[in-house]
Write a protein that binds this ligand. Sequence first.
Ligand code: SF4
Ligand code: SF4
Ligand code: SF4
Length: 268
Amino acid sequence: MPNGNGKPKVGFFSFASCEGCQLMVLECEEELLDLLGAIEIVNFREAMDKISDDYDIAFVEGSITTERDIEELKEIRAQAKILIALGACAWPGGLNMMKNFQDLTEVRKYVYGDKWAVHETIPARPIDAVVPVDYYVRGCPIDREEFLEVTKSLLLGKEPSIPNYPVCVECKLRENECRFLLGEICLGPIARAGCKAICPTFGTKCEGCRGLVDDPQINAQQEVLQEHGLSVKDILLEFRMFGGWYVGAGEPVGYPGLELAVGETEGQ
Ligand code: SF4
Ligand code: SF4
Ligand code: SF4
């Protein structure tokens, strides 16, 4: 993977998103300077004018919302030896999923006014619905430490250590009042931890921006669900906000451990 100067070349790419996750990368500041000793950034619109099609590692932010996006993403995948989804828009699809539950012509009129017809669109989708993804940096926005953990791990050729247990575990450690007790539906029992349960800690329910735990039918925080007489399926529809591609969107492609639930909610 290393190039002539011994450093792998890294590119950052952006599709439909607010680009907030790239800003989080820039906020790494000191650590980013250290990283620049080990990598060469050759493509990063938020930080530099230089653009190169010669890179080894691609960080891809944003969800895919046009046919042209699909072709561009395939070109990035063809070039990159390692492709990483950066943030919730890239995976599990992010807030762009919400348009999939609206009439797409009306969405275009709302956004583009009388120029709507020249702006094509397709149902928004996560990047791994189009190309294989090697690693995921999760969240809306991403967690800086997790970005550094994933990046350093892949430079060392080892698997990054990412939590695979529910947000409820971190939430209980912070001794938060459970949002279910306030009459809200919180995705904490099935959402993947790693954010230190920041939303319940600051007074809002978890929406699952980091995706779900692997195999949530088995690995959910069953104790919390049972306390409130709920099942995984009962709270799954809340995942439409960030994961609508997987739960009742236009063309759901399935989610590990959720095949039954996706089938049951499809078409709603
Ligand atoms: S995941 Fe959130 S912060 Fe990151 S680009 Fe998407 S909307 Fe912005
Ligand atoms: S359901 Fe939500 S608020 Fe309740 S413990 Fe789990 S993460 Fe915390
Ligand atoms: S609490 Fe839930 S929605 Fe909030 S940052 Fe964590 S995973 Fe995302």
